[in-house]
Design a protein around this ligand. Sequence first.
Ligand code: PNS
Length: 161
Amino acid sequence: MTLSRVLYPGSFDPIHNGHVEIVEAAAILFGTVVVAVITNPQKNTSLFALAERTELIEQSLAHLSTVEVASFEGLTVDAARDLRCDFIVKGLRSASDFEIEMQMAQTNFAVAAVRTVFVPSATEHGYLASSFVREIARFGGDVSALVPAAVNRRLKERFHP
Ligand code: PNS
């Protein structure tokens, strides 16, 4: 049996513990997990530059030997094709995630025949969002329980050097 090569796409601005949990689960369930930072050239509001986001992902997932990190500008289905992935993996935190992710999964299948598999997040990560991590860190709050150590360090350097 050939093990699947799967794409885990996202903004990862920055990667947080909920993302790490989904990649750890995907690494058990599937073969190679390609974690891809997907960027929109028209949307330039990110906190971390692309190179920093990929670096933080590499540092946060260094314990997983079957994970690759990539970046891609454009559509997720094109990333799946170019990075030779069999399907997309997405984490689900809540019913509201399900609604938007279901719509994206159905659209991606309709336009490119790329399937999506959902992995439910653990209860303790159900509330986690990169936007809240950025906001709390910006105002000096403690996000050490929410993000990998490398990300926590980088946020402190960025906001409170
Ligand atoms: O971490 P995010 O911000 O929830 O990730 C969302 C992302 C980047 C995976 C999603 O916005 C996406 O797939 N963007 C690429 C553009 C695309 O493929 N659009 C069609 C969606 S049906």
